[in-house]
Design a binder for this molecule. Structure first.
Ligand SMILES: [Zn+2]
Length: 224
């Protein structure tokens, strides 16, 4: 585990009182351990504007996440948070591991599809835009669909911004590589959804429809 510290700050919505604290890698990584529930020491309010720096995905963080159903990087769109190109090997490792909790394996299966979707030129969600972003933060924020929020938060640090064209995010070769990994695991994906396949009428019920449908279309095309 890294010994790096991650800063978290919050400002009271009622009186404007500002606080900062440092978290270690594991505490900073998970939404549950980042939670800062104490009321404002000055006025007792519990409404805050918060910001936090978070560690990138590492094997040590992922191994804790993989076996703890109560810990999440984010309670929403966790697959999008994980789906960063640099994480491909880690995603595959923990997806394949039988000791990873089944719900986490489903999230990783979804993240793998998101990786393909974002890299494949015809489905990439970054199509047609030019982004402004902080050079040092070329990470999963990008491949989420919440870019706008993230970028606005960074706008104060205008020294660190650069224009980037969307072509830098497409990568057909990478998409093909990820597609191959997905195809190899077709039986695993069915197994991961088997217990509720009848209920949902589809063994891949745990994937977003847009991902499943886009990939089926792609895979169908490439084998014909
Ligand atoms: Zn206050």
């Amino acid at each position: 585990m890294s010994t790096e510290q991650y800063e978290q700050s919050r400002t009271c919505d009622s009186c404007g009182y500002e606080e900062k604290r440092l978290l270690d890698e594991l505490s900073a990584a998970f939404e549950q351990t980042r939670a800062w529930g104490e009321p404002c020491p000055q006025c007792g309010s519990t409404e805050f504007s918060e910001s936090a720096s978070m560690p990138g995905l590492s094997r040590s963080v992922l191994s804790i996440w993989a076996t703890n159903d109560g810990l999440s990087f984010s309670q929403q769109d966790e697959d999008l948070v994980i789906a960063s190109r640099d994480n491909l090997e880690l995603i595959l490792e923990f997806l394949d591991s039988p000791s990873t909790h089944i719900w986490k394996r489903r999230v990783l299966a979804s993240a793998l599809h998101v990786l393909w979707y974002n890299a494949y030129p015809k489905t990439s969600q970054v199509a047609g835009f030019t982004f402004t972003y902080e050079i040092d933060s070329l990470d999963d924020d990008f491949l989420s669909d919440e870019e706008d929020i993230t970028f606005e938060e960074y706008e104060d640090d205008s020294c660190c911004f650069q224009q980037v064209s969307p072509e830098s995010f497409y990568d057909e070769e990478f998409a093909a590589k990820v597609a191959e990994e997905i195809n190899k695991r077709a039986p695993l994906f069915i197994e991961l959804g088997a217990d509720s396949a009848e209920e949902f009428g589809n063994p891949l019920w745990y994937l977003h429809d847009y991902l499943r449908e886009a990939f089926e279309k792609y895979a169908g095309k490439s084998t014909n």
